[in-house]
Design a protein around this ligand. Structure first.
Ligand code: AMP
Ligand code: MG
Length: 492
């Protein structure tokens, strides 16, 4: 066929390598996406395409959705479903990609490598009782929140496209089906290591550890103790990630070990949400009945997940089991220290502090306590703190806030930076707009009724979350009084 009559999407600039599919057969199963009835492109991420070395103009025709639903396979792709396991709500289970198919790794002009995965692409040998499919609402939700996280400066998988399938999916209701094209540094999870540990395949574990180290931590690839280096770097990335989540009020909602990626990106946007009023006990997932994954529980849960990673790596850490456990424990203890460091840095940024004082942690705790007591909005309170004005988060003014404000003002006076610089630092750490739950729900409801305008407006606003200028007033404010607390569902 002459090049000119080929679908444009084929010539977009695909440059696949398939390093994961070259790993031994125990790592994956070769499986193609199941074709869908009527592919239709709903959202496409032009800037992300460009950064992947793909020409966005190649995705404007009708053929784009044919490739982005998996009806046709992109050139150079070797579709696989990845094997993994995981602790879900504390219980170990063998899983694997039950509805996601990895097409391959796009190698970009700048030398980076990204997994291109179709989520909702049909059943695989790991589907268990699932249908392998995804509904449009949750895939639009993942697109919206992951792109918002990226704009907030938080490591995350990204979303290249959402395409409808023209087929219904059957959940509690019948819903339109869709496929999300997910882009990730990789999909290697804590649960991937747990899988090989569980089947007792130490050889595969070593292959996976080496692969992961080379892929995500190449600067440690020549390490004398690769498994130790991997665990150490994995811990550091999670500590930094968790501090980011806490900085912006993000609640992941389902921090099972299969949803924690070694690369340190936020992954799997299911029942996630952002807190409105500050509450460490905030839970939005309807199935998280005991608050295992509540907002304030996230750092200790990350540490728990990392302990599962360390456990899986034990045979590689040291041939002597007691020594291996001692190594693991020593590294695991560094999570808390590393998290505390990132958290203090983030909070200093939020409060405009350029210097460090030993009492800073208690300054933050005192503010959070006052916010909790007064049910103050997390985002709005931080964004509207003004060094020299009085506070406005509660009316009538709350005594605890007033006392705290005096303390903060005195603290600011002990550093040389002028208020303009203080405000600049604060504006870079305190978003003006976040994906508020009620706005997200409204935009998704409209979008599933095929009115995409509210979703497009929300996406545009969330692309520059630290800028107030030009943002819709409704997004700059907490939800109106009486807005019901949204709960999101895992059955996506
Ligand atoms: P998640 O809760 O999305 O992290 O998924 C947990 C596990 O369930 C993963 O192994 C998924 O592949 C699998 N899964 C979720 N939804 C489906 C579905 N509709 N069909 C098959 N497998 C699914
Ligand atoms: Mg998952």
């Amino acid at each position: 066929m002459p090049a000119s009559s080929e679908p444009a999407t084929l010539r977009a600039g695909w440059n696949f390598d398939n390093s994961y599919s070259r790993l031994p057969d125990t790592f994956h199963t070769r499986v193609n996406p199941t074709p869908v009835a009527k592919p239709g492109l709903v959202l496409f991420n032009g800037p992300l395409a460009h950064s992947l070395g793909l020409d966005p103009a190649a995705f404007t025709g009708l053929d784009a959705a044919v490739f982005l639903t998996g009806n046709e396979i992109l050139p150079g792709a070797e579709p696989i479903a990845q094997a993994y396991a995981g602790h879900q709500y504390g219980n170990f289970t063998r899983l694997g990609d039950g509805r996601a198919i990895l097409l391959g790794e796009q190698c970009t002009p700048s030398g980076d490598r990204f997994d291109i995965q179709l989520k909702g692409a049909g059943p695989t040998p790991y589907s268990r009782r699932g249908d392998g499919r995804a509904a449009l609402g949750p895939m639009l939700r993942e697109y919206l929140i992951s792109e918002a996280m990226h704009a907030l400066g938080i490591p995350t998988t990204r979303s290249l496209a959402v395409a409808t399938t023209g087929e219904p999916v059957f959940r509690e209701q019948t819903l339109p089906g869709a496929v999300l094209t997910r882009v990730a540094a990789s999909h290697i999870r804590v649960g991937t290591f747990e899988y090989f540990a569980a089947i007792g395949d130490t050889g595969a574990l070593r292959v996976l550890a080496d692969h992961t180290l080379r892929r995500h931590f190449p600067y440690r690839a020549e390490s004398e103790h690769p498994a130790l280096a991997l665990l150490e770097e994995g811990i550091k990335r999670q500590a930094s990630l968790l501090a980011h989540w806490m900085r912006v009020g993000f609640v992941h909602g389902v921090m099972n070990t299969d949803n924690m990626a070694l690369c340190g990106e936020t992954i799997d946007y299911g029942p996630c949400a952002f807190v409105d009023d500050y509450d460490p006990a905030a839970v939005f997932s309807s199935i998280d009945r005991h608050g295992r994954y509540a907002f304030g529980q996230q750092p200790p849960i990350a540490a728990w997940n990392l302990a599962r990673l360390a456990e899986a790596l034990l045979p590689l850490l040291h041939p002597e089991p007691d020594t291996a456990v001692a190594c693991a424990n020593e590294l695991l203890a560094s999570f808390q220290e590393s998290f505390q460091h990132h958290w203090l840095t983030a909070m200093r940024g939020k409060l405009g502090l350029f210097t460090a004082e030993t009492d800073d942690a208690s300054l933050f705790e005192e503010l959070l306590r006052a916010m909790h007591q007064t049910r103050a909005d997390y985002t709005h309170t931080f964004r509207n703190l003004r060094p020299h004005a009085t506070l406005e988060p509660t009316s009538p003014p709350h005594a605890e806030f007033t006392a705290w404000h005096l303390r903060w003002t005195a603290r600011l006076a002990r550093q040389p930076q002028p208020s303009a610089e203080v405000l600049r630092l604060m504006s870079a750490h305190n978003p003006a707009v976040i994906p508020r739950n009620h706005e997200v729900e409204a935009a998704l409801t409209a979008a599933t009724g095929l009115d995409l305008a509210p979703l497009q407006r929300l996406l545009a606003a969330l692309a520059s979350p630290y800028d107030e200028a030009g943002q819709p007033t409704a997004l700059l404010n907490p939800p109106p009084a009486g807005t019901p607390t949204c709960s999101t569902f895992c059955g996506t």
